[in-house]
Design a protein around this ligand. Structure first.
Ligand code: ADP
Ligand code: MG
Length: 438
């Protein structure tokens, strides 16, 4: 365990002095009550003695804290003195035989928790020494065997050598075990807290990252929006120019190209705006083939740059499904981008659509790195990514959400090093689908 800083020691000392103050108030009251009840003035004397030690310690702590230096030494001085106070109290109450020696163990446990095992063990030896000295002194008669309660006067155990040795050994064991045990449990707890804190930090960072992505999406949308009117302007001028040119001339053909490409640009901007738009709940009949074409148009260049060859195998007689086109585009986009990421040295991306019994099937297949069974197990969990800082781990989670929203299913087939195929089944508009949506 790391050692405490000065600030932590100061805080610890302040908290302890509040406890000490309480003790100082309680001690004389308790002593006086016992004196009245048992008619033995020594009880009051003993409690006043302990109180005096605690009062002195309190003063020392206050002054030392104001000085503010060598707080570790102050900590040790107070701990050492506290053990002495306990020993004195024990001596007056009944000495070796008084069954309150567990109080050392309680103190050692709290020392161990607050200051770590090293300090706990050092203080355990000091407790053993102090307690052993008390036993020895009473055994040899160097100190009279005090007993505030008559029962302990009757007992001659304090001068029985076997009893004294057994007591010393058993208490030394208790003291050390108390310090060790408390240190062990507080270390375990601390470890758990640190682990949870790390997890929390990670989740926070991910959240921040997805927030950043959302902001980026909005930025892209506003950029697309800003581009829209210049493109309309270019298109309008080109149309006017076209009217003035003789059809069939080379200038006419060039302006036609301008028109063609500005249309293309307008469509891309539209896609971009749709992608960034929050999912709208308007459901219409959607042609999945068109969804695939829209996405591919948007990422065509990107795929070419990554040396990915695209194969479209789109069923010509594909029935329409009912859904939200922007969401379905996002779904296909995520699958396509994942496929690209899986083929860093290029490869083939095959997108197949087929008409099945009651549903439309879309398969996105790549010839990339594939994935292990372990990765497949966590695939759809939010924030699961193997791409480090490059990934968000949100793509497939969103995909699954979209598919489920459409009453469909998504599954994966993959082997490590052998490519991957994602299969999405979207139900046709039928009784079952209606039930799922409503
Ligand atoms: P991200 O792409 O941000 O990592 P995803 O949710 O899209 O998050 O994907 C999660 C993980 O699934 C990826 O990090 C990757 O390990 C794995 N994965 C997804 N698609 C493929 C694929 N086509 N080939 C190989 N691994 C994939
Ligand atoms: Mg992804």
């Amino acid at each position: 365990m790391r050692s405490l800083t000065n600030a932590e020691l100061a805080e610890l000392t302040r908290r302890e002095s509040r406890l000490r103050l309480l003790l100082i108030v309680v001690l004389p009251i308790g002593g006086a009550l016992m004196w009245l009840a048992l008619d033995r003035i020594e009880i009051l004397v003993a409690s006043l003695m302990v109180m005096a030690i605690e009062l002195a310690l309190l003063g020392l702590q206050k002054i030392w804290l104001r000085w503010g230096r060598h707080l570790l030494a102050l900590d040790y001085v107070t701990m050492v003195m506290d053990v002495l106070a306990i020993t004195i109290g024990l001596h007056f109450l009944g000495g070796a035989e008084f069954p309150f020696d567990w109080i050392y163990a309680v103190m050692l446990a709290s020392i161990s928790i607050a200051r770590g095992m090293g300090t706990g063990l050092i203080m355990a030896q000091w407790c053993t020494l102090a307690y052993g000295a008390l036993l020895w002194a009473e055994y040899t008669g160097a100190l009279p065997h005090m007993a505030l309660f008559p029962i302990f006067v009757a007992s001659p155990l304090y001068n029985n050598s076997q009893y004294v040795i057994a007591k010393l050994i058993s208490n030394a064991a208790i003291f050390n075990l108390a310090a060790l045990n408390a240190a062990f449990f507080s270390a375990t707890l601390q470890h758990k807290v640190e682990e949870r804190t790390r997890e929390l930090r990670r989740a926070q960072a991910q959240l921040l990252h997805s927030q950043k992505l959302a902001n980026l999406g909005q930025l892209a949308a506003s950029l697309a929006h800003g581009f829209a009117s210049p493109v309309t302007g270019i298109r309008g001028s080109a149309e006017l120019l076209l009217e003035e040119l003789p059809p069939g001339s080379s200038s006419y053909r060039r302006v036609e190209q301008i028109l063609h490409w500005s249309d293309h640009l307008a469509r891309i901007l539209d896609r971009l705006r749709n992608l960034a738009r929050p999912p709208e709940e308007v459901r219409k009949p959607v042609d999945i083939n068109q969804v695939v074409r829209n996405v591919l148009e948007l990422v065509e260049k990107l795929l070419r740059q990554s040396r990915v060859v695209v194969q479209e195998q789109l069923a010509p007689d594909l029935p329409l499904v009912v859904g939200a086109a922007p969401q379905l585009e996002e779904l296909v986009m995520n699958l396509v981008m994942n496929a690209r990421d899986a083929m860093p040295d290029g490869g083939t991306l095959t997108i197949t659509t087929t008409r099945e019994d009651g549903f439309v099937r879309l398969v996105v297949r790549d010839t990339g790195i594939g994935m292990t069974a372990e990765v497949q197990r966590h695939l759809f969990e939010p924030f699961f990514t193997t791409k480090g800082k490059q990934g968000t781990g949100l793509g497939l989670n969103i995909c699954r959400q979209i598919v489920v929203d459409h009453g469909g299913r998504i599954s994966v087939q993959s082997a490590d090093g052998q490519g991957t195929a994602f299969t999405v089944d979207l139900p046709l508009r039928g009784e079952e689908w209606r039930r799922l949506v409503r």
